[in-house]
Ligand binder design. Structure first.
Ligand code: PLP
Length: 382
C-alpha cells in the first residue's frame, strides 16, 4: 500500500472544473496586445471581437450559415437568453441528470412557467434519450453534465427532420467533444471551461432554424435589454459580428484569442480532443486497477472526458462525505490537486478536470498521490 508520499508532483496542481486550468503556455504578458482603454466599438476592439467569433467557428467547425454571438453573463447568460427568447412556441422537453440541467428545469418550469415535460436521471445515469420527441418538441439538454461527469453518448436520438429546436448547454463539452452542428439549433458555452479562458462572456451559436424562430415568434413575457436578440422582428445581426449588446471585457477577449491560438498549435479540435481523451483515460485506468474508486458515470459510453467524477467504494469508509472531503483537503494541502471535491449538490466524491489545458503528465503525477491520500485517510479514521 502506498502510504509513503510519491516522489513526483504535478507541475500544475490545477484540476478545477471551472474556471479551468489556463493553457500550459499562459503568462500574463501574453495579454499585452489587449485593446485596453479603447472603445470596444473602435476598429481595434471590433476586429478582436470578430476574430474571437471567427476563430471559434474555425476551430469548432461551425457551419458558415450558423450565427455566433458573444453575449453577457458567461454560459448561464447564453443559455438563459436562448430559453427566454425561444421557448413557448411549442411543446418543451427538459432533460436533466445533474445540477446545471436541473437549474435549467427550474428556469423553464418555475420562472417561465412553461408546462414542460421534465425527464430526469440520478447522478451517474442519463435519461432514456430514445423517449425524447425531438421531431415535435423543443428540447433543452446539457451535452456534458459537469457535476456528474455524464455526457450524451451521441446525437443519434435527435431527428434530422425535426420541427422543434434543440437547445444544448455544451459548456464543458465544446473544444473537447464532437458537437454535430446539424443536430444542434442552439449551442452555448463559456470561455472559462475547456480553453481555460476567463468567465464573464458566453458564446451563443444559432442554427438557421433558431434564427427563423427568433424572427417569427415573440414570447409572451418581457425581455430585458441584455437578452434581446431581435429588433422589429429581425435578428440584431451586429451581435453576431462583434457589436456586443453591452461592454465586453477586452482583457477576457484577448485571453480567449490567445487560447484559440494555442488550440491551433496543439492541432485544433482533434488535438484538444486527443488531449482530453488521454487525460480521462489515465484516470479511467487508475480506477479500473483499484477496487476502492470508480467512475460515477455508470455506462461507459456516457463517461465524460472533461469533468471526470469519481466515487469511493470501500467498506472501511465510515462517512462518505467526510471522507471524500478529507481526501480532497489533503491533496490541496500538499498542493497536489486543487478544487477536486465533488460539486456541492453531487454525491460525495471527487471531480478531476481532464480538458485539454491539463497536461497528461500532471494527471499521471497526481494519481499516485490520490492513492496516498486515500490510504492516509483510511488510516486516520482509526
Ligand atoms: C453544464 C454547465 N452549465 C452552466 C454552467 C454555468 O457556467 P457559467 O458560470 O460560465 O455561467 C456550468 C458551470 O460550471 C456548467 O458546468
Amino acid at each position: 500500500m502506498a502510504t509513503h508520499a510519491p516522489a513526483t508532483r504535478p507541475a500544475n496542481p490545477r484540476f478545477s472544473s471551472g474556471p479551468c486550468a489556463k493553457i500550459p503556455t499562459f503568462s500574463l504578458d501574453k495579454l499585452s496586445d489587449a485593446a485596453l482603454g479603447r472603445s470596444h466599438r473602435a476598429a481595434v476592439g471590433k476586429t478582436k471581437l470578430k476574430d474571437a467569433i471567427e476563430g471559434t467557428r474555425e476551430i469548432l467547425g461551425i457551419p458558415a450559415d450558423y450565427k455566433i454571438g458573444i453575449v453577457p453573463a458567461s454560459d448561464t447568460g447564453a443559455v438563459e437568453m436562448a430559453l427566454w427568447n425561444l421557448l413557448g412556441a411549442r411543446g418543451v422537453e427538459m432533460l436533466a441528470w445533474e445540477s446545471f440541467g436541473a437549474g435549467w428545469v427550474t428556469d423553464v418550469v418555475k420562472q417561465l412557467k412553461i408546462d414542460a415535460e421534465v425527464k430526469t436521471a440520478d447522478y451517474g445515469q442519463i435519461v432514456d434519450l430514445t423517449t425524447v420527441d425531438t421531431k415535435n418538441n423543443d428540447v433543452v439538454f446539457t451535452w456534458n453534465g459537469t457535476t456528474s461527469g455524464v455526457r450524451v453518448p451521441n446525437a443519434d436520438w435527435i431527428a434530422d427532420d425535426r420541427e422543434g429546436l434543440t437547445i444544448c448547454d455544451a459548456t464543458s463539452a465544446a473544444f473537447a467533444m464532437d458537437l454535430p452542428w446539424d443536430k444542434l439549433d442552439v449551442t452555448t458555452f463559456s470561455w472559462q471551461k475547456v480553453l481555460g479562458g476567463e468567465a464573464a462572456h458566453g458564446i451563443l451559436v444559432l442554427s438557421p432554424r433558431a434564427v427563423e424562430r427568433l424572427e417569427s415568434y415573440t414570447p409572451a413575457w418581457p425581455l430585458p435589454k441584455l437578452f434581446r436578440l431581435t429588433k422589429g422582428g429581425k435578428l440584431i445581426d451586429g451581435i453576431f459580428s462583434g457589436a456586443t449588446i453591452n461592454t465586453p471585457s477586452m482583457l477576457a477577449v484577448e485571453d480567449y484569442l490567445v487560447a484559440l491560438d494555442w488550440a491551433r498549435d496543439v492541432g485544433g479540435l482533434q488535438g484538444l480532443q486527443d488531449r482530453a481523451d488521454a487525460n480521462a483515460q489515465a484516470v479511467f485506468d487508475f480506477c479500473d486497477a483499484r477496487p476502492w474508486i470508480a467512475n460515477l458515470a455508470e455506462d461507459e459510453a456516457t463517461r465524460s472526458n472533461t469533468s471526470v467524477c469519481l466515487k469511493f467504494d470501500d467498506a472501511r469508509i465510515q462517512d462518505g462525505a467526510t471522507f471524500a472531503k478529507a481526501v480532497a483537503k489533503r491533496l490541496e494541502a500538499e498542493n497536489i490537486a486543487l478544487d477536486i471535491g465533488a460539486y456541492r449538490d453531487a454525491p460525495a466524491g471527487l471531480r478531476i478536470w481532464c480538458g485539454g489545458t491539463v497536461e497528461t503528465a500532471d494527471i499521471a503525477a497526481m494519481l499516485p498521490w490520490l492513492e496516498w491520500a486515500f490510504e492516509a485517510e483510511i488510516a486516520a479514521q482509526g
